[in-house]
Design a protein around this ligand. Sequence first.
Ligand code: FMN
Length: 221
Amino acid sequence: MTQPLARHFAVELSPEVEAARQPDAALDAAILERWSPRAFSPRPVEQEKLDALFEAARWAASSFNEQPWRFLLARSDQDRKKFVDFLLPANQTWAKNAPVLIVVAAKKTFSHNGKPNKTHQFCTGAATAYLTLACTQHGLIAHGMAGFDAELARATLGVPTDFDLLAVFAIGYRGDKSLLPPDVQEREAPSGRRPARDSVMEGHFIQPEEKDAEAQTKPSS
Ligand SMILES: Cc1cc2nc3c(=O)[nH]c(=O)nc-3n(C[C@H](O)[C@H](O)[C@H](O)COP(=O)(O)O)c2cc1C
């Protein structure tokens, strides 16, 4: 490879993911291994790794290449406290331990003509997905939260009205789950998914009943 910074990351599947998640088709191990734990270690995240996360987000596609995403970062105790204060209480209990918190914002209008950008959230979601996959590639965990007070966050962080505040992400190294409150500990496991075929429709929109009827009439292979 001519560009040494663009490289392959070998992600090993953990035993807990192997036990909980069985893919039905070929996929990159980083996709399967990404999940959202809540137990964070106090270990700080190296600057080089943070740079790698934002670099991954940087290369996402966006309508008109607007790159509507903005990431507001908290690392110091003072900033983290400020960010934790606008999380909902259920998220505060565990997210307060994360060494890095990121508010994800999306610019609502195009910079080239000032018109509304109807895909600003879509494109920012794509960039954030890249960021979370990069976390897995770099041995980090990420947990997204819609459970926060967006207007309090806007006021606290001075975010202009031309930006939507979409989510907060807790990022860091995996920590000891026994330090979590018991009800949160119970949920500390990789989740499953419905089959991909239940999300895919060929030719037109297919209602679930229609799909079931179709499956019953087809001979099994
Ligand atoms: C945009 C977004 C918002 C979420 N909000 C919360 C939240 O407020 N609190 C929480 O505990 N988890 C939250 N989650 C985590 C989801 O519950 C989790 O991603 C989902 O159950 C799938 O599990 P996995 O990420 O472990 O694969 C959120 C995830 C995303 C992507």
